[in-house]
Design a protein around this ligand. Structure first.
Ligand code: GLN
Length: 230
């Protein structure tokens, strides 16, 4: 049985998938729903049907990478990407998408960035940071970094969206977005809005200047959590 999350009506509509192997999946689905975007939990090949984009969530990149290979989803993701599916990686997701991972071999290698895992230290060195991002976040929003990597440098076809001190926290190519922080863990919908537009979808226009959802709570995602598929 399929484990589609918000696709009971409008199955033919293009959707954004969230890779559902390990990590923060329901939080992304919650944000996509708030923007009126159809979302799909992606666990196997059939889940890629009609996906305009895929979110590779945060979690543990070594674990997600192992599961990707075990279920042959790495090859399918690359194939779908070559056919035009856009991809956004948050934190561990950004590590999985990078062409170069310092001291490790690369995983999917779909964006020309060099990234360093656990670059701020341990889980205890997690933090919040207020930023604006021209063209994406017009008012300061609080960004959540959890045992985050640092993007050290980017290739010629990659634009830096957010540089902080000596590292890059968000970047994009024409088809891939990477953020080393977690917009799905705050009420900020700006990044999901931005990614939906990158996927040529039409997200609900939340406000235009500050895409914050006042009804969002830290526990909002719990209504969507699902541990196993039927
Ligand atoms: N430290 C994790 C890793 O290296 C990433 C953490 C996260 O996704 N919040 O995979």
């Amino acid at each position: 049985m399929n484990n589609h999350s918000s696709d009971t009506d409008g199955r033919g509509m293009p959707a954004i998938g969230v890779l559902d192997l390990q990590g923060g999946i329901s939080e992304h689905i919650d944000h996509l729903e708030r923007l009126g975007i159809r979302s799909v939990r992606v666990k196997e090949e059939e889940d890629f049907q009609n996906l305009a984009g895929l979110i590779v969530p945060g979690g543990e990149s070594s674990c997600i990478s192992r599961l990707l290979r075990l279920f042959n989803l790495d090859e399918i993701i690359v194939q779908q990407f070559q056919k035009g599916m856009k991809i956004w990686g948050t934190c561990a997701g950004a590590i999985l998408l990078a062409k170069t991972v310092i001291n490790e071999s690369a995983h999917l290698g779909l964006i020309d960035i060099e990234i360093e895992r656990n670059s701020f230290g341990s889980q205890l060195d997690s933090f919040q940071y207020e930023a604006v991002i021209p063209g994406l976040l017009k008012k300061p929003a609080s960004l959540t970094f959890i045992r985050a990597p640092k993007i050290i440098k980017v290739g010629r076809d990659v634009n830096v969206l957010l540089q902080i001190d000596d590292y890059i926290a968000a970047a994009e190519s024409s088809d891939v977005l990477v953020t080393v922080f977690h917009p799905e863990l705050t009420g900020c919908l700006a990044f999901h809005h931005y990614f939906a537009k990158k996927c040529n979808l039409k997200p609900r226009d939340v406000d235009g200047t500050e895409v914050l959802d006042p009804t969002w709570r830290l526990t909002s995602w719990t209504r969507l959590a699902r541990i196993s598929r039927g």
